[in-house]
Design a binder for this molecule. Structure first.
Ligand SMILES: [Fe+2]
Ligand SMILES: [Fe+2]
Length: 277
């Protein structure tokens, strides 16, 4: 089992970025865990390569590319990233290729993986692609959740997401999955958008691993549009878990992150591009 000290995580792409790095509505994280070099998501596309260059991250050393789900803001840079990561295996949920839209103001906005990214994935030799909707260990001590059961009744996908342009068929975003690393100090959990809900996700990972200590949870928690009731129950749910620190990023919402900081007893560090964990 790795010690938390043997793990280095750096946010490559986030909505927030300091001078010298590109910010965009997207998410991408670099994870060094033992011998693995994991690229978790690729942002919307424009920021991943320049930010890796600025941060000194060598994508050609990538051993695994993990996709948290098929939304464009996590999959837009796949072709660019794979051009460097020419030996990486790719771990994805079969649902990442789903056509889907977000309909916020009556006008359907495509939310699916861009065609260029789909093309790059389809062109890979099959032995490099691991398609799984089930919980899977992808390396020693590193797992992905597969589809997260939605059990608690107060967490929904978090937005007006549909499988059709008329808004008739809701998109449950079943392909949403998170990654965990087992360490001697507890679990490190990395989420993309957490459309399954942060509490559902933690409960699922705890059930799979039998480990209740969450050393760090980092990622987009997709709560910027959450109802006050959901937020209350989320804060309650998080408060009942043994969490070492939280790093809310991307689609969590800055006001929500601030509420976490004020109301939870755990340290809450808002994420941004370049942040090293
Ligand atoms: Fe997102
Ligand atoms: Fe998303």
């Amino acid at each position: 089992m790795l010690s938390a000290k043997e793990i280095r995580i750096q946010i490559i792409v986030d909505n927030t970025a300091p001078e010298g790095l590109y910010g965009e509505h997207g998410f991408s994280v670099w994870i060094e865990a033992g011998r693995e070099r994991i690229l978790f998501d690729t942002g919307k596309g424009e920021a991943v390569i320049p930010n890796c260059n600025a941060l000194g991250i060598d994508l050609s050393t990538t051993t695994i590319l993990v996709l948290s789900h098929g939304h464009y803001d996590h999959t837009g840079g796949i072709a660019e990233a794979l051009a460097f990561a020419s030996a990486a295996r790719v771990v994805l949920h079969p649902g990442v290729f789903t056509d889907r839209w977000s309909i916020r103001t009556g006008v359907p906005k495509p939310a699916m993986m861009p065609a260029e990214s789909q093309k790059a994935l389809v062109a890979l030799p099959p032995e490099r692609v691991i398609r799984t909707g089930e919980p899977s260990m992808i390396s020693e001590g590193v797992g992905v959740t597969g589809t997260v059961p939605r059990l608690n009744g107060f967490e929904d996908p978090g937005g007006p997401f549909y499988l059709d342009t008329e808004g008739r068929i809701p998109d449950p975003i079943e392909d949403d999955m998170s990654l965990w690393i087992e360490t001697a100090e507890g679990l490190v959990v990395v989420a993309g958008c957490c459309h399954s809900g942060i509490v559902n996700t933690l409960d699922h990972i705890i059930g799979l691993t039998g480990e209740r200590r969450i050393a760090t949870i980092l990622g987009g928690f997709h709560l910027f549009a959450a109802s006050p009731e959901r937020l209350e129950r989320t804060i309650e749910g998080l408060g009942s878990h043994d969490i070492g620190r939280m790093i809310p990023c991307h689609c969590t919402g800055s006001e929500v992150a601030e509420q976490f900081r004020r109301r939870l007893t755990v340290p809450v560090i808002p994420g941004h591009a370049g942040l090293i964990v």
